[in-house]
Design a protein. Sequence first.
Length: 275
Amino acid sequence: MRLRIAHSSVYRYDPPTGGVIQVLRLTPRNHEGQYVQRWHIDVVPDARLAAHEDAFGNITHVLTADGPLEELRVEVDGDVEMQNTHGVVRGTVERFPPSLFLRDTALTQPDPAIRTFAAMIRDASGGVLLAELHGLLDRLFEDIAGDSASGAGAAAASPAPVNAIDAFARKRGAPKDLAHIFIGAAHSLGIPARYVGGYHRHADKRAGADKSHAWAEAYVPDLGWVGFDPSNGCCPTDAHVRIAIGLDSLGAAAMRGTRLGVGAETLAVAIKVDQ
């Protein structure tokens, strides 16, 4: 399946800012099941874009724009050919051993409630690793309602991420929050797991369905990294475009940076994913 992605981010500053520096993780890489046919990032007004790779092998661009700026627009447009690998990820850039992804962050740290939840699933799975991971996937999908308002493509920026402990306690969260819970629960079982940011095309094409998306990957010996999308209750399919990985949503953020000066900053985001 070939997907066309259009992603617009518009920052507005009042009063005008003296300058902006942003790190963009908006460019996918080729790997088994994902082949980038065309990809372009455009910035208005013109700004400097310097391409790099971060520590995890994500393609990044450092955006530097001099002020005064009332508005900054970042437009992404591209085509990606996708094949369904049933969640198994091969051919990716791997800079670190899986054991690094046992490291908790403030967003993925489990508490006793998450540890108990994970231990119950392990007991019910008979110690079979894949059964444990699918058990985490199924229970998070069943027990924690996805917050459909969070990260919606047409309105505004996705809200700040919630840590795994708070999201698990309130039984509600955006995809990034469910990914944090999955990672923390997997870590509590001694399973390496990491955060993935990307895009997802909903087959029903309901209003506001297209959005930036998030899921997790866990390391399974003899298989390698396998994706799990708890907000949709499935392993990633050919409708998932993988952009960046990290320890959590901050480390894999699509756009993150700072501006010069004080005042209000607003961000409007529009995303469209078409077949």
